[in-house]
Design a protein around this ligand. Sequence first.
Ligand code: PBG
Length: 337
Amino acid sequence: MFPDSRLPDPKPLRRPRRNRRSEGLRTALRETHLGLQHLVTPLFVKEGLSQPEPIDSLPGIFRFSPDALLHEIERLHGLGLSTFALFPCLPPESKDLEASEALNPDNLINRCLRRIKTSLPGVTLISDVALDPYTTHGHDGILDPSGNVANDATVTILARMALLQAQAGVDYVAPSDMMDGRVRAIRHTLDLAGHESTGILAYSSKFASAYYGPFRDAVGSRVSGSYLDKRSYQLDPANSREALLEALLDEEEGADILMVKPAGLYLDILSKLRQKTLLPLAAYQVSGEYAQIHAAAQNGWLDLKQARDESLLAIRRAGADLIFSYFAPAIAAESSI
Ligand code: PBG
């Protein structure tokens, strides 16, 4: 039987819904914010293009010629974005086993850095320090005779590569290679050459992820269709203690900003790292995370803007100060309407 209907209904003692009654209240009580100042725009540059070249697996993202890149940064800066991360896409004939082009003071990236810094001194530029766009095999380092990625020999090259980028005017060099000891070697080399103010944004907790596929298409480092196995240097997705160890070592070695990558699948790492360091944190919403949201939206299965904004807010909530995201240009275009 039903309980006696004359008894009063038990009323909830606490009603959190009161604080969610109106848009005004929800806005007033919002705990986390996402603004253009938090976004870093990744941009791909390639020589010899008469038109920006679309990247199939990254809808809405293009490779730009050096000229077009400058104009694109100028346009995005006008829309309110101020921080840009540059990635080169080289033709196969510029790649070799030693990644020699990485040490060319006049290579594509160094030329772009010089040019952009001269024309637009107010923007913040971040350049990738890793050998994968420059090696024939697509690994982030050079190989020893048995085919393993050689740590210390690679670090020597990375430090010289970072110095050339600093000389070209970059604000932050961003080692994304996951070699041991590279932050210390880069800091030492920059300081010896008088580049004390050039920062290091370290890709500290970078996992061996399936979600880098579209990026490898974009920079042309996907060799022979197979997905390159980088598990001897990138982190095991199962490991969180090791991810924190890597980040804390980079802090000790002199990094100015620590990064977790990918972002959305590793929010636990981000939030734990937030408790362990006082440095600013960056997170990279990688190409596969962007492609995944786009693909679902193209099928009508998710709302693009809602899924996008929720994904970015979650990364901020977990503790990221800066977010690298391919969504940045679209968000900037909307917020300037
Ligand atoms: C490599 C590098 C990668 C990304 C940035 N730098 C890919 C990789 O490790 O293979 C991935 C970024 C993305 O997927 O958006 N140095």
